[in-house]
Design a protein around this ligand. Structure first.
Ligand SMILES: CC(C)(COP(=O)(O)OP(=O)(O)OC[C@H]1O[C@@H](n2cnc3c(N)ncnc32)[C@H](O)[C@@H]1OP(=O)(O)O)[C@@H](O)C(=O)NCCC(=O)NCCS
Length: 380
């Protein structure tokens, strides 16, 4: 008997090239990440989240009028059907924001005027709409679960500033707005990461954008993917609460063969270029807020893991202390990842559907030899 496939694929599809794409370039050996060829360091230093969205969706940097137009279109889409808000109000008290977000995105499909259209233009419209809606859902649900009023969006603000306003009810400082804006740029896309792959697989069946994004949100949630930033902060909190030494705490985790969230990467074998920016942001925000302890503790852990395990911090490690210092609750960290990654997910769905072929790989069969005998139930 031969297995149906002839090649043994690496576990977890490590190193397997599953598609062509012109969106995101990664060189894991040199620590390079670029969107449409533009280095992430240039984008983090000079771009905005809106401009990055344009780059991802349209394949090039916008001219001034094009960027203004996208700002306006994103601002116009800052609206949620009242049924979505009702759905958020009806979520059980124990529901976690990431789970509520997944269900809410799926619900958004019912109210999308182009729900059943899968053409390029309709998908771009849905990308813009979903980008505005995801941010509003995350902010609105956090207010609702805390018994606070949902804050009306301000259409004159940037995406980052409007999100912070809707979350906190207060106009953010320029420092907070720019810090979140950079975090959104850094998380916007990352080639065929697990959630993007899930989105592309769903889209490739000619399902629809909302189904693809719902798949992606469910995939991002896991602690091996976007959920790692929450797990990082839970460790920092536990260390702080017990007054423990960060290095001893991590040694204890490793002794129990636990993985330390925020370290290691399937693709990068050197520093994750996003971590470079987040480390600096975490440090600077810690200094300016007068609460440097989260950065200090993180930094001690990073030094130890680097020396002991030869593992580098990934995007999730310093985003934890960065978001906390911005006053964001820990269970919103992963939803905020989605607030950014929606730009990349939708760009990939558009690219997939522009030149679609069903994604349907094979499995290398390693089960009982064929033909196995069917034994009647009373003879087993
Ligand atoms: C990101 C991640 C899932 C990549 O996993 P992967 O490519 O499948 O790599 P593996 O899990 O096979 O790890 C390879 C080796 O490094 C070790 N390792 C990897 N990440 C580790 C971590 N965070 N802490 C401790 N050890 C780790 C593994 O134990 C394994 O060691 P072994 O060969 O002695 O068994 C993995 O590094 C991880 O679980 N990190 C923590 C979660 C996280 O931060 N996720 C967000 C990624 S952006």
């Amino acid at each position: 008997m031969s297995s149906l496939t002839t090649t043994h694929v690496p576990k977890g599809l490590e190193g397997v090239v599953a598609t062509t794409s012109s969106i995101c370039y990664i060189d894991g050996e040199r620590g390079v990440l670029a969107y449409r060829g533009i280095d992430i360091h240039d984008l983090a230093d000079h771009s905005t989240f809106e401009e990055t969205c344009y780059l991802l969706w349209f394949g090039r940097l916008p001219r001034r009028a094009e960027l203004r137009d996208l700002h306006e279109r994103l601002a116009e889409e800052r609206k949620l059907d009242h049924s979505i808000i009702n759905m958020l109000r009806l979520a059980p008290k124990h529901a976690l924001p990431m789970d509520v977000l997944r269900t809410a995105i799926s619900t958004c499909a019912f109210y999308d005027p182009e729900f059943s259209q899968n053409g390029h233009d309709a998908n771009v419209h849905k990308a813009i709409r979903l980008t505005s809606q995801i941010a509003m859902i995350v902010a609105a649900y956090d207010r609702i679960r805390k018994g606070k009023e949902v804050v009306e969006p301000d259409r004159n603000l940037t995406h980052a500033a409007n999100f912070l306003l809707m979350l906190t009810g207060k106009m953010p400082t320029k420092t907070a707005e720019r810090a979140l804006d950079i975090a959104l740029i850094l998380h916007a896309d990352h080639e065929l990461n697990a959630s993007t792959f899930a989105a592309r697989v769903t889209a490739a069946t000619l399902s629809d954008m909302h189904s693809a994004i719902t798949s992606a949100v469910g995939t991002l949630k896991g602690p091996l993917h976007g959920g790692a930033n929450e797990a990082v902060f839970r460790i920092l909190e536990a260390i702080d609460k017990d007054g423990a030494d960060p290095v001893d705490y991590i040694k204890g985790m490793l002794a129990q063969k636990k993985k330390v969230p925020g370290f290691g990467h399937r693709v990068y074998h050197t520093e994750d270029p996003r971590a470079t920016h987040l480390r600096k942001m975490s440090h600077d925000l810690g200094q300016s807020s007068g609460e440097p302890k989260w950065f200090d503790s993180s930094n001690k852990i990073e030094q130890f893991i680097k020396a002991d395990k030869k593992l580098n911090a990934n995007v999730d490690f310093y985003s934890a202390s960065t978001y906390h210092t911005l006053g964001i609750d820990v269970d919103l960290f992963t939803p905020i990842f989605a607030v950014s990654r929606i730009s990349g997910w939708t760009a990939h769905v558009i690219e997939q559907l522009d030149d679609n072929r069903l994604i349907r790989p094979r499995a290398d069969y390693v089960g009982p030899a064929y033909p196995a005998k069917y034994v009647p139930i009373d003879q087993r």
